[in-house]
Design a protein around this ligand. Sequence first.
Ligand code: TYD
Ligand code: MG
Length: 457
Amino acid sequence: MKTLSSKSVYICSKCDYRSSQWLGRCPHCGAWNTMEESTETRQTPSRTVGTTGEQATHAVPLDELVEDECKRTVTHISELDRVLGGGIVDGSVILLAGEPGIGKSTLLMQLCGTLGEEQKILYVSGEESRPQLKLRATRIGTIGKGILLLTETDLDTILNEFDRVKPDILIVDSVQTIFSSNSDSAPGSITQVRECAGALMQMAKTRGSSVILVGHVNKEGGIAGPKVLEHMVDAVLYFEGDRSSMHRILRSTKNRYGSTGEIGVFEMSSDGLREVTNPSAMLLAERPLGVSGSCAVCIMEGTRPILAEVQALVTPTSAPAPRRGANGIDYNRLYLLLAVLEKRLGLRFSVCDVYVNVIGGLRIDDVGADAAIALALISSIRDIVIPSDLIAIGEIGLAGEIRRVTSGSRRVSEAARLGFTSIALPKQSAAEKLPGGVSIIPLTGIYDALSLLADVK
Ligand code: TYD
Ligand code: MG
């Protein structure tokens, strides 16, 4: 027996903070105008009548539990499998989030192509018509065996069809377009997104189907949807990239069945997304030679080292507040590095405009990239070209010291594989066992980086 009660709450669409009254500014994340009204219907289970199911009623000793091997369906898209931790775990719920137009529907249609033969897939689209879906499928070469398409936005109709078809995998593109007639809120609002996703997940759990929900996010990463769903689902995959560039990166920010931090790299082509198995080579392919301000960088993405190019442009300015532009690296990190270089090396960045750009839409969070960014900045302000076979790895501290990085030897192997022969590494990392065939330049502080370039001239 269950009792129903309903109350109004205000939920921040950015951080999911809840309040019983409307507020202009969210006290948790500080965002303005993000509190949305939501009616919550609470189902309170009766205390006298227990819920059914053995799991819910008894606590069981952990050591008596038999390890239930989670069965995975390998998607045959190896970059996707890598991010998922080896495939889709049967019965799991995955959220695929990204900006509109980034390629979510394309990736899922390709998934239909690789899995359609083995699995029954129900693809629900609330955004596109059947001819549009067919056109995309033909364009990317998805034949369509085993795939059922449903162009529908009404939750009840979708649930009925789900129940009738009993698919192995349910794809909902996108969760913001689906609406439930039980709620008066508009499609895409927090209440609707939460209710629709909840109903779909519940149905999927009882049927043992896997669910992939597509969620749109805006540039700020907000808007009702993905953020409120993150804690409900088993895995969250973000599809990122600059729409103007062809590269796309799939990143997992939550994964109950695998590690986070792994990335998958794709390239958008005229016939769909192509996997990039050698991203370092691709990201370095168009590196200009003989120009100052360009330095190769090696970052770790999960267990995988990736090489990219970081570019800096430093130009004198007479403006009282010089400009700083950072694309692909954190602004604060750029300010910190500039302050360290100015203080410790006496380089006058404070009278220059500074722009830093990471090529290929890659976003660098790894502090191991500090040394390369610093070298690119020094190279640009001094107008000294960095040799094309040199790569710098290391974290820079406030005292100007260059600190040890994680996975030093893996980074060195990847750099060596791509033809780098001089590898500047923090002294401690250089003392580790490293692959041979390359010359290692130990760095203690940024003065070493400066003298590295001074030697070039
Ligand atoms: P789409 O998958 O519709 O994005 P999302 O579902 O994330 O909104 O794809 C978006 C873009 O990709 C679209 O602008 C066209 C482009 N595209 C290609 O370049 N090649 C292709 O083969 C396909 C299918 C799409
Ligand atoms: Mg789409």
